[in-house]
Ligand binder design. Structure first.
Ligand SMILES: [Zn+2]
Length: 266
């Protein structure tokens, strides 16, 4: 089951913009329909699970927390390792990361360069994938033969059901895995590369969501693009922030990482 999940996610979503749109619509509906989501929106931490302590000896997660003072709620990210590295203001950190994310991925130049690199990676992947199809097909057909033999043997009462039941279950799971693997390679193979315009189209949609008035939508984009943020307070009062941005083709198959270190004063 675990393997299946991974494979589903690895089928390049970029292949079908229609599908992408459908997913977006569904996610939007979910966000709108859920009263819980609305209530939670107040406490949305855009960088939830992405911020880490920049103290080499610690490296623990900076978790989102909040406190209420004089009727106002203040959010911050705090080192869960309690190493002494100070907390950072939620609003400030999120603002600065969104700004840098925008610079790295969503300016016209950045989108163009991402599109070029992703489509080059995709072409490379496509030429390699041709060699993967036949071995998968062979493995799949020998697995089917094996399965049919076992089923025949059970039918004829020649083998113990209980003993083979486990094996058959295992083989069926393997079969499902191979089938999705085959589907994935065939999709990549049959697609004439990724159109750079299509990538830019998707990036523009994501940029739109990044600056949406809905925090849930903003979080969706931040969570997809931000790989990790490392925070380190310095003695002069500034904060060193290392941002790792991850750009995928939408399905997680291809990944580009960008690193950026900068500091800001409170
Ligand atoms: Zn720490």
């Amino acid at each position: 089951m675990e393997e299946q999940t991974v494979i589903t996610g690895a089928i390049p979503a970029i292949i079908s913009i229609e599908l992408w749109e459908k997913v977006n619509v569904i996610m939007k509906m979910r966000a709108n329909n859920s009263e819980k989501a609305k209530l939670r929106a107040k406490h949305v931490y855009l960088l939830s699970g992405k911020v880490f302590c920049g103290n080499d000896e610690c490296g623990k997660l900076y978790a989102g927390e909040s406190y209420i003072s004089r009727g106002r709620e203040y959010g911050y990210y705090k080192c869960s390792g309690k190493c002494g590295n100070k907390s950072v203001d939620k609003g400030l950190l999120e603002e600065v990361i969104v700004e840098q994310l925008n610079n790295l991925c969503f300016t016209n130049n950045a989108m163009k360069s991402i599109a070029t690199r992703v489509s080059a990676l995709y072409r490379e992947r496509r030429s390699n994938v041709a060699d993967e199809i036949e071995p998968i097909k062979k493995e799949l057909s020998s697995l089917v033969v094996k399965l049919n033999n076992w089923i025949d043997l059970i039918g004829e009462g020649l083998l113990d059901r209980a003993v083979l039941a486990g094996k058959i279950k295992e083989a069926n799971e393997k079969k499902t895995f191979l089938e999705s693997q085959l589907l994935k390679t065939q999709i990549i193979r049959s697609n004439n590369g990724i159109n750079e315009e299509a990538i830019i189209f998707i990036l523009k949609k994501q940029k739109h969501l990044l600056f949406s008035s809905s925090l849930e939508e903003r979080k969706q984009v931040v969570q997809e693009f931000v790989d990790s943020v490392y925070v380190l307070h310095k003695e002069d009062g500034g904060i060193d922030i290392k941002l790792n941005v991850r750009v995928t083709n939408g399905g997680g198959e291809l990944t580009l990482l960008k690193h950026l270190t900068f500091q800001y004063q409170k």
